[in-house]
Design a protein. Sequence first.
Length: 133
Amino acid sequence: MERGKGRAWLAGMIKLNFYFRRLPQRSQEEFQRYWREDHAPLVAKHASALGSLRYVQAHTGHGSLNGAMQASRGGPDAYDVVAELWFESDATMAANTSEAAARASAELLADATNFIDLANSPLSFSNEHVIVG
């Protein structure tokens, strides 16, 4: 199946998952607006240099539902947003050591300090295994 035609092309891809918490001085609305309107265009601008094939933002909300779920299950404080950067493979991501990728990463990190509490925003790598859908 061709890329972009269904989900079969996802097999073998690696995702870099970011679990962002906002800086304490930013409201959730302000944080999400900045992320969507200011930071997202930077990610899109640099996607090619970074070798990223897909970028997804998952904005949290549903405060009472999230609070109830956390109260019933425990766990860490909720995240303000989750982001996914998709790459073809571990190898292609690791091989991307170009100057353009380094400049892109530096610009994105510098902008992130405007709205993300980086010290309390973990990240992880994962491979997706679609079970339904």
